[in-house]
Design a binder for this molecule. Structure first.
Ligand code: CU
Ligand code: ZN
Length: 201
């Protein structure tokens, strides 16, 4: 499975504790079951809470992939591994407020997740929607990967992204147009669900 390979490669440099915990994650395969931590891998740097969104294409598209969210001390590390995008394009990438991908065009996911009532902006802006993750840049084969730690995302409280939706758009987010960056139609959607939710002690 391609996404797990990239996830493993990206995490490789982050140390043995992370790899030990990732082994627990990978052993869960594609099921949604919550896995127990390996007591031998216990460490203050182990990612204890992990969530993911498995993206499905909206009607008329075939974009798919996985976005993984790993809790760290400074925020949530986001890994995206997406395929079947346009070739060499930019695609708006957001967390939307409703964990509902049932509409054929993805509009059931609602607007950008914005619990703090801020304007739409780019991911590095001082004020932005919590869900403003920027753009994915696709390669000449239509694949896109991204890895970045985001300080705005949370697994707790009003900013929690659990149960919200990840949306990818046909066009680029301009980081300015309100309320959503003029990124065009929604081409993929997936609900953010727990993979591993062992809260820090
Ligand atoms: Cu969006
Ligand atoms: Zn926004």
């Amino acid at each position: 499975m391609k996404h797990t390979n990239i996830f493993r490669n990206r995490l490789f440099a982050k140390g043995a504790a992370v790899l030990a915990a990732l082994g627990v994650l990978l052993s869960a395969g594609c099921s949604n079951q919550v896995v127990e931590p390996d007591p031998d891998a216990a460490s203050s740097t182990e990612p204890l809470r992990i969530a993911e969104a498995r993206l499905s294409p909206t009607q008329g598209n075939n974009v798919e992939g996985v976005v993984t969210f790993v809790e760290e001390a400074d925020g949530i590390r986001v890994f995206a591994d997406i395929r079947n995008l346009s070739t060499s394009g930019r695609h708006g990438f957001h967390v939307h407020e409703n964990g509902d991908c049932s509409a054929p065009d993805g509009t059931s996911a609602g607007g950008h997740f914005n619990p703090t009532n801020e304007p739409h902006a780019g991911p590095m802006a001082d004020k932005r929607h919590v869900g403003d993750l920027g753009n994915l840049d696709s390669t000449d084969t239509g694949d896109a990967t991204l890895e970045r730690v985001d300080e705005y995302l949370s697994f707790d409280g009003e900013k929690s992204i659990i149960g919200k939706a990840v949306i990818i758009h046909a066009g680029a987010d301009d980081f300015e147009s309100q309320p959503s960056g003029a990124a065009g139609p929604r081409i993929a959607c997936g609900v953010i669900e727990w993979v591993q939710q062992n809260a820090p002690q």
